[in-house]
Design a protein around this ligand. Structure first.
Ligand code: HEM
Ligand code: NAG
Ligand code: NAG
Ligand code: NAG
Ligand code: NAG
Length: 326
């Protein structure tokens, strides 16, 4: 037995190195180096959500955008004096500042307990789960061990994020590039059960849909009237409305019930119900919250594996908004 010890130890060390080397994540990545990281982040998220609910959608969407643009590497958090970092791209789709603030505050709290150990990318992944739980959505285990990226460019955003006028094929193609299935895509779209959209993102559906019809015929007519009232022509561009008109502050499966009722806000939402190729999944999630909850957690874990940085591709940033050598 005793004779095996050194071998066992070197196997363990080797495995730890391999984990980073291969970009593999694990739930207990910080169990020896920062055992309380999850409770520290949760505390910050709780406090912040208590102050403002916007923290929930803002943090969740920030995680999605970070992962889709260059992988889950916190590159979206980098600020630049020149305005050419990832977050400065026009396609950042007006990310709300409360998501950035959540990660910055959580990082500060984590650094107090375990300086220089936990990546900003991992803190964002934990916070994205915690905001969902805080809004009474499903919990799930978060995989950890990401490094923070060394590159952040506004130009790298183009074409990486889905647009609200996408059809099912376009959505599937973009999610497939990130190793996500149609079911993952439908489950993740359920994030639109919280948060806001600016009027210009769907104005075409109520004012200029087609030559024959001003209003998108797949829109519920009473909902269309409601949208026109909230978003009149030439509305102040800063006006934003709830994406889930029924339970805007609950992370529930109402998003899918809305789709069944013609109350999906974007074309990319409603198409999940109108296209027969995805309708059965929408019906399932609308009728069985447990199915949605399970699928959402599984899809978030997969989303979190997107292009994880390892070795020389990354670092543990001291300040989430700046590279260490800047
Ligand atoms: C399926 C394709 C998707 C499209 C086309 C899409 C598009 C959009 C658009 C246009 C907005 C409104 C932005 C604004 O006007 O301020 C929005 C908001 C939002 N999206 Fe998505 N999105 C998609 C998927 C996702 C996914 C996968 C997540 C997260 C898992 C997500 C989370 C959110 C959240 C939480 C908001 C509200 C943000 C806030 O209130 O600050 N979206 N999305
Ligand atoms: C947030 O608010 C809830 C409900 O009011 C309360 O139970 C909880 O202690 C608060 N948490 C923090 C960290 O402020
Ligand atoms: C998003 O981009 C616009 C410019 O397109 C910029 O004015 C805005 O500050 C950016 N948002 C964030 C949160 O960085
Ligand atoms: C429109 O929404 C109402 C509820 O507001 C619902 O009763 C009705 O069935 C919906 N119409 C369609 C065509 O889905
Ligand atoms: C998708 O999975 C393959 C095989 O595991 C991997 O090589 C590739 O980098 C992944 N793509 C993304 C975007 O993470």
């Amino acid at each position: 037995m005793e004779a095996w010890r050194p071998l066992m130890l070197s196997i363990t060390v080797f495995m730890v190195i391999m984990q980073r080397g291969e970009g593999q994540l694990s739930e207990n990545f910080y169990s020896s180096t920062c055992p309380n990281v999850e409770s520290i982040v949760k505390q910050v998220v709780d406090t912040k959500v208590n102050q403002t609910f916007v923290t929930v959608p803002a943090t969740l969407r920030l995680f999605f955008h970070d992962c889709f643009v260059q992988g889950c590497d916190a590159s979206i958090l980098i600020s630049s004096p020149n305005g050419d970092a990832e977050k400065d791209a026009p396609d950042n789709l007006s990310l709300a500042g409360d998501g950035f603030d959540t990660v910055i505050k959580a990082k500060a709290a984590v650094e107090q307990a375990c300086p220089g150990v936990v990546s900003c990318a991992d803190i964002l992944a934990i916070a994205a789960r915690d905001v969902v739980v805080k809004a009474r959505g499903p919990s799930f285990d978060v995989e950890l061990g990401r490094l923070d990226g060394l590159v952040s460019k506004a130009s790298s955003v183009a074409g990486k994020l889905p647009e609200p006028d996408f059809d099912l094929d376009q959505l599937n193609a973009l999610f497939a590039k990130n190793n996500l299935t149609q079911t993952d895509m439908i489950a993740l779209s359920g994030a639109h059960t919280v948060g806001f959209s600016h009027c210009d993102r769907f104005a075409n559906r109520i004012y200029s849909f087609s030559k024959s019809s001003q209003v998108d015929p797949t829109l519920n007519s009473s909902y269309a009237v409601q949208l026109m009232q909230a978003c009149p022509r030439n509305v102040d561009p800063s006006i934003a409305i709830d994406m889930d008109p029924v339970t805007p502050q609950e992370f529930d499966n109402m998003y899918y019930k809305n789709l069944v009722n013609g109350k999906g806000l974007f074309t990319s939402d409603e198409v999940l119900f109108t296209d027969p190729a995805s309708r059965s999944t929408v019906n399932d999630f609308a009728n069985n919250p447990t199915d949605f909850n399970g699928a959402f957690g599984a899809a978030m874990r997969k989303l979190g594996r997107t292009k994880v940085k390892t070795g020389k591709q990354g670092e543990i940033r001291r300040d989430c908004t700046a590279f260490n050598n800047s």
